[in-house]
Write a protein that binds this ligand. Structure first.
Ligand code: ZN
Length: 128
């Protein structure tokens, strides 16, 4: 691995990644679960005290937002979309991590080429 990547390479890569962000497909943050269910029917096999046989297993999606976790039942159609959107979400996060890594390298190796801050431009602060 090259320790000091070129400025131009980093900027070009970052531009590409930012463009990807702009046209990102739908994303979903959540986890898929598969588990059996107990129904509301009295004396059903799912409530057998000796050998309960649960219904399903069924697919569910757990989604946490604002400190609340909500879970929904997934039909085949919903499951398909949830799977695709969760994969998209993972790719989106990976893209953000990559952009962040590039920005880290820019700060580390190419800070001399970065735009001066407003303070620097106005000359109110002396260079450190
Ligand atoms: Zn049942």
């Amino acid at each position: 691995m090259n320790d000091k990547p070129s400025y131009k390479k980093l900027i070009t890569k970052r531009q590409k990644l930012i463009e990807q962000l702009g046209k990102f497909p739908p994303v979903l943050r959540g986890s898929l679960r598969l588990h059996g269910n107990i129904c509301g029917t009295p004396h059903c096999r799912c409530k057998d005290p000796k050998k309960p046989k649960l219904h399903g297993p069924y697919h569910y999606l757990s989604h946490r937002y604002d400190n609340k976790t909500q879970t929904i039942f997934l039909t085949k159609k919903k499951l398909h979309h949830a799977q695709v959107w969760i994969e998209n979400y993972k790719r989106l996060i990976k893209t953000i991590y990559e952009i962040s890594e590039i920005n880290f390298k820019l700060l580390r190796y190419h800070h001399d080429k970065l735009e001066p801050s407003d303070e620097e431009k106005s000359g109110r602060k002396k260079q450190i």
